[in-house]
Design a protein around this ligand. Sequence first.
Ligand code: IPE
Ligand code: IPE
Ligand code: MG
Length: 251
Amino acid sequence: MTNPSAPSHVAIILDGNGRWAKARGLARVVGHEFGADRVREVVRAAGRAGVKFLTVYALSMDNKKRPADEVAALYRLLQRFAETERNELVGQGVKVEVVGDIESLPPACQQAINGLCEATAAGQGMLFRLAVAYSAREDVGRAVQKLARQVEAGALPVGAITPEMLREAMWTAGAPDIDLLIRTGGEHRLSDFMLLEASYAELYFTDVAWPDFSADHLLAALADYARRERRFGLTSAQVQAGGVLRQALAR
Ligand code: IPE
Ligand code: IPE
Ligand code: MG
């Protein structure tokens, strides 16, 4: 049995901006500028395709260790995106949230992103999450600290801790696990992105660099997903018997 419906949660590791620019004799930053424009198109296309949750990995915690001028340009682009896309996203009914260490961003960038989140908070359409200053390992580490503090305060017996509680304590709480994880730019790795949330994600790698990634490329990834059989550890026969798949999906 394949997946006739659109994946509920699509996540994208947008990659290849720098190499795309270099191949054209341009500065890496120019690749990021073109890349920012693609986000607009892909958000719109995902909403139209029936995706309920879209997470885009725009800046990792490790990316902040890049040369200062590149990092500053990335912050500027994030800020500009948050300011210029606001009305468009409100109009589409998209609700925007951030996952990551937003407090580590420059104040102007934080303000713009928080402003975008507030302006779109009532959106009833797709939930669009920007992963910025994000690290999966950091998210798990901080969530463990939160639970440990409750244990320390005597409010939580150690034996009562469940994987679900850990997930609830994370930045990424409030969205289901990833169904389809797309990485552009030709690399086949996760680069510290949503390691728990991607446990049963269908992985889709494409050589297309992010500045070239279009709505049609997204639709091709969705079509590929639709042809896959997700088994969640079960047998094909069990999956085809139905019901069981829904139980597994409900986890
Ligand atoms: C992705 O493109 C954007 C960010 C990581 C911020 P890269 O900047 O990683 O581009 P490549 O991988 O060097 O081509
Ligand atoms: C991952 O891409 C981070 C984002 C897409 C924001 P990188 O380009 O930083 O990953 P590596 O260094 O190739 O693993
Ligand atoms: Mg890269």
